[in-house]
Write a protein that binds this ligand. Structure first.
Ligand SMILES: [Zn+2]
Length: 243
């Protein structure tokens, strides 16, 4: 009976058919795994994969909509769901903590679009640099914008503290330490002292971030990152590029 079983042509076909089915299943599984791997690598917001120049253009277009009062309606519910698995912002912003300057509003951006670091006086501390390194190295952000604003209280307080030779109370003196170089650098300039210091502080921090080794400077040298600076005008919301 065993012999008969072996010699039965229909049974002889079985192993090859079984192999074929197994091979097809394995291929299907591989294909599925491949697709899954590809899916995992696909950024949550493909439209955010931009060159440094395109990123800046998009920021400024968004600021234009904000200034004109034609900001887009944002679908927070679906945005939240889409971003559970990851993020790929198209720009990083070092902004003042001032409540009147809100980068997501100012650039009419959505969740997952901007990687924002905020500190009074928008100067780069070690922690800020580390955060921006993460944005550039891991999240592949192509643009960093240092965003100052007019009438900045932190810069104003620094000018006064240096003039009066009187440190600020509590931990606030660290802001004076961070902002002093810009205030001192414009001491001989004509024009409005506060405006000049705000502008200089943006210029200085752009230069600092461009040169920080080993991650940010390499990204700039490799053409993968641009670092630019602007000043937000409180009155109309427009961002004037400085550098
Ligand atoms: Zn400020």
């Amino acid at each position: 009976m065993c012999e008969m079983f072996r010699n039965d042509p229909r049974r002889l076909l079985e192993p090859s058919r079984r192999s074929f089915i197994l091979a097809a299943s394995a291929a299907g599984l591989l294909l599925a795994n491949g697709a899954l791997a590809k899916e995992t690598k696909t950024p949550p917001k493909p439209e955010n994969v931009l060159s440094p120049d395109a990123s800046l253009k998009r920021l400024l277009r968004g600021n234009g909509r904000y200034v004109e009062g034609v900001a887009r309606r944002h679908d927070f519910k679906h945005e939240r769901e889409a971003l559970v698995g990851g993020q790929n912002p198209y720009a990083a912003i070092l902004s003042c903590a001032d409540s009147r300057v809100a980068p997501e509003y100012a650039f009419d951006a959505s969740r997952g679009d901007l990687f924002v670091c905020r500190v009074a006086g928008n100067f780069a501390t070690d922690e800020t640099v580390a955060s921006l390194e993460y944005a550039v190295a891991i999240l592949k952000v192509p643009l960093i914008l240092v965003l100052g604003h007019d009438a900045c209280g932190a810069v104003k307080a620094t000018i006064k503290s240096l003039k009066d030779d009187k440190p600020l109370p509590g931990h606030m003196q660290t802001l004076v330490t961070g902002l002093s170089p810009a205030v001192k650098a414009i001491a001989q300039q004509s024009g409005n002292e506060l405006d000049n210091a705000i502008r200089q502080n943006v210029i200085d921090n752009v230069a600092k971030l461009k040169g920080v080794a080993p991650i940010l400077n390499a990204a700039v040298d490799g053409g993968k990152l641009k670092v630019v600076g602007g000043v937000y005008r409180l009155k109309d919301g427009k961002v004037d590029m400085v550098v």
